[in-house]
Design a protein around this ligand. Structure first.
Ligand SMILES: *Cc1c(COP(=O)(O)O)cnc(C)c1O
Length: 386
């Protein structure tokens, strides 16, 4: 890609702070003008909710968009829900086998643990792999014999939107009989070989396919998606007023679906703009002693950029960023096990999580960043590591 970022043209005397420190994250959702034609459809139709025509169209178009990104052709089924956390809860309720524990990585956004708990299970915090930052099938397989009891399910998590080896997770489920649910909340555009193992997506404003608040479940298992749709709608079966199963109301409105259709139409361009920003970061940090998630900015991009810095230098880097008023964040803190609400949850030793989590630093990342701003952040990191 030869594209470059906008330059402010201001010219900055080196190190004198003439660059405006960038914001950490700036979500950009479809404009009012892009949504308006869809809202007029709603005005004319007077259908506002209950899996209406725009919601159905959004599910179909999302399925088609995801199918077009698969490495091998497959038919995907999609249902939408009110957020990504609920998508995980529903998928677990429908797929977990009897049991108490759900294995999940300690290194994830706390929503994963909350969803496990809300679905009626106790999270068991597993370690991650240092290269991918994810709980992999290999890590899970090694953990299984050490668990106090057989788990009801496993939730694997896409770290910051990276692709997961979905084929390997389907094979893991087939081999072990342990149901797998994938938290791909930030990875809507990174899904590949879906199989039956559901991928749970977030459509939150801070995710690639942001609609404000929303979520989706994607699977090749049509029955699972139909059951999830029923569960999200009081347990009703299609065309019936009798609840065939226990459920609740986890639906999105037609207004949310309208934003989703407008967002889908633009998401490819958004992805390309963010890839340019990601590659600008990689160029300016080229010689720094940091690690990147595999193929970040090349094969995939998401709404955050996270670098792994050498452990003993993490405080130096964050202090240098603070000194220049550059915002940064450990988006996933030091792991779910460090949150008071889950302090008592069972876990493995988490040696690699404890090594990884303090080193991962989220830098400013959004589509409005200028070349100077990226250079300013990158220089700050490089100087702190020099
Ligand atoms: C965003 C996110 C969630 C939660 O999604 P919501 O739509 O905010 O409920 C869950 N897990 C991960 C990894 C996330 O990044």
């Amino acid at each position: 890609m030869t594209e470059t970022l906008v330059t402010s043209g201001a010219g900055r005397p080196h190190g004198q702070g003439a660059v405006t420190p960038p914001a950490l994250m700036v979500p950009v959702l479809p404009s009012t003008d892009a949504i308006a034609p869809l809202l007029r459809e709603i005005d004319g139709r007077h259908v506002y909710a209950n899996d209406g025509p725009l919601t159905r169209r959004f599910c179909a178009e999302l399925a088609a968009a995801l199918e077009s990104r698969l490495s091998e052709p497959a038919t995907l089924h999609v249902m939408t829900v009110s957020n990504g956390t609920v998508a995980l809860e529903l998928a677990l309720r429908l797929r977990a086998r009897p049991g108490r524990l759900v294995v999940m990585p300690a290194y994830t956004f706390i929503a994963t643990a909350q969803a496990v708990a809300n679905a009626g299970f106790e999270p068991f915090f597993a370690d991650v792999d240092l290269n991918s930052w994810a709980l992999t099938p290999a890590v899970a397989e090694a953990l299984l014999p050490t668990l106090p009891e057989p788990p009801a399910a496993i939730v694997a998590v896409s770290p910051y939107g990276a692709p997961l080896d979905q084929r390997a997770w389907n094979a893991f489920e087939a081999r072990t009989g342990i149901p797998v649910v994938l938290d791909m909340a930030a990875a809507a555009l990174s899904i590949d070989a879906v199989g039956r193992v559901p991928a749970c997506l977030s459509l939150h404003a801070t995710k690639m396919l942001g609609i404000g608040e929303g979520g989706a479940i994607v699977s090749e298992d049509a029955d699972l998606i139909a059951a999830a749709r029923s569960t999200s709608s009081f347990g009703f079966e299609p065309g019936n007023r009798l609840a065939g199963r226990r459920g609740g109301n986890y639906r999105i409105s037609e207004y949310a679906a309208a934003i989703g259709l407008a967002a889908l139409a633009q998401v490819g361009e958004k992805e390309n703009r963010l890839k340019v920003v990601a590659q600008t970061y990689r160029r300016h940090l080229g010689n720094a002693p940091i690690s990147w998630q595999p193929s970040f900015g090349d094969r995939w991009v998401a709404m955050t950029v996270n670098i792994g810095v050498p452990g003993e230098r993490a405080d130096t880097v964050t202090a240098a960023l603070d000194a220049r008023r550059i915002p940064w964040r450990r988006w996933w803190t030091l792991g779910c096990h460090t949150h008071p609400a889950f302090a008592g949850a069972p876990r493995s030793r988490l040696d690699l999580t404890k090594t990884l989590a303090p080193r991962v630093i989220g830098l400013p990342f959004h589509e409005l960043l200028t070349e100077e701003q990226v250079q300013f952040v990158a220089e700050t990191v490089r100087e702190a590591l020099a």
